[in-house]
Design a protein around this ligand. Structure first.
Ligand code: FAD
Length: 324
């Protein structure tokens, strides 16, 4: 009977929606195979977490005792490991966010268990978990079968759909987060966000990205305008970032952020393999490029062969007209 624990990530009290996506998927697996879905909360409003987790299919939420404000590897890792030792879930899901990518391996090292990063698929068959993840910059996928219980799996944001199933608020239980005697080797004093209130790339439903085809930094405003009209996040290729036209926090790709939105609009981006590694799991890809032979069209669901300086402003105008 596989019980699945899902880490409910929060920063400054705001929950990451990847938690509800993972709970929805976990509930589907639990309904088909038995077992329960548990939320694990370190800090944040437990009543709000329980309501949202229950609505997406969680049976229980375990809230840590003690105060968890700023993320700290040692304290959070110890807490998640303490939870696993006490409740013995078969599988633990964390979001493949900057926090989850640190927390998963930290807790796994403390537990001596398997840790699988950057997963985009999860199934349970023949009594075993089957975790799908991309390899070789997204050129192919491997299905990994963890051999420990628990196993910790980091799931990419937007890999699964968050679905409310009409459940009541999950029951809340507290757990001993094992913090006595924890002495962090480093302390985070302050987290300074660079996104300036914009939609966060890795969480966005829609991403509009600009590549070297925009020709200069002054034209990135065109990308931001289309992104603004669509309530999307604005991304960029590495060529644009390396040229200093936009900040690195916008970079999508192998050495930037991995995104998986419902819609990805690539403007003036050639479609190098390193860029595709960060966005090819997007549900729908639209490419705007003046070169009909650009590799981006091989992964695009819709392509516009044309000059982005004509197409993008027209698109922005049309979106604004529809939205008004
Ligand atoms: C180890 C390594 C890691 C890397 N990591 C990343 C990464 O994380 N992310 C990333 O993006 N890249 C990464 N790269 C770089 C990658 O290989 C490419 O160089 C880069 O993605 C190219 O960016 P681009 O598509 O914007 O530019 P280009 O390849 O120069 O393409 C520009 C495109 O714009 C089109 N264009 C030009 N003018 C117009 C116009 N007026 N209208 C419409 N289209 C137009 C052109 O036809 C062309 O297809 C990495 C490379 C290496 C070696």
């Amino acid at each position: 009977m596989p019980n699945i624990a899902v880490f409910i990530e929060q920063r400054d009290g705001a929950f990451k929606k990847v938690a509800w996506q993972m709970i929805s998927q976990a509930r589907k697996l639990a309904d088909a195979n038995g077992g329960e879905v548990w939320g694990v909360l370190l800090g944040g409003d437990s009543a709000e977490a329980a309501a949202k987790a229950g609505a997406h299919g969680a049976h229980k939420v375990f809230a840590a005792d003690g105060s968890f404000v700023t993320y700290d590897s040692e304290r959070y890792g110890t807490a998640l490991a303490a939870f696993c030792r006490a409740q013995k879930p078969d599988l633990v899901l964390v979001g493949a966010t900057s926090m989850g990518r640190d927390l998963g391996p930290t807790a796994a090292a403390k537990l001596g268990c398997a840790c699988i990063s950057d997963a985009v698929g999860l199934a349970f068959a023949g009594g075993a978990w089957d975790v799908r993840r991309p390899v070789f910059a997204g050129k192919c996928f491997v299905d990994v079968v963890p051999k420990t219980a628990p196993a910790i799996v980091a799931i990419r944001p937007n890999a699964f759909v968050a679905q409310e199933c009409g459940g009541a608020a999950a029951a809340v239980a507290s757990f001993d987060a094992g913090q006595a005697g924890v002495t962090p080797k480093a302390v985070v004093r302050e987290v300074v966000g660079s996104a300036g209130g914009r939609v966060e790339l890795t969480e966005a439903d829609i991403v509009v990205s600009g590549g070297r085809g925009i020709k200069g930094p002054e034209n990135y405003a065109m990308i931001e305008e289309l992104a603004g009209a669509l309530n999307a996040a604005a991304g960029a290729s590495r060529a644009v970032v390396d040229a200093g036209w936009v900040d690195y926090s916008h970079q999508v790709g192998q050495t930037g952020k991995t995104v998986g939105p419902n819609l990805y609009v690539a403007c003036g981006i050639s479609g190098a393999i390193q860029h595709l590694a960060g966005m090819s799991s997007s549900k729908c890809i639209v490419a705007i490029n003046k070169d009909a032979a650009a590799p981006i069209f091989k992964v695009a669901d819709f392509g516009i062969v044309g000059d982005l300086f004509e197409v993008v402003p027209e698109l922005t105008k049309a979106v604004r007209a529809i939205r008004s």
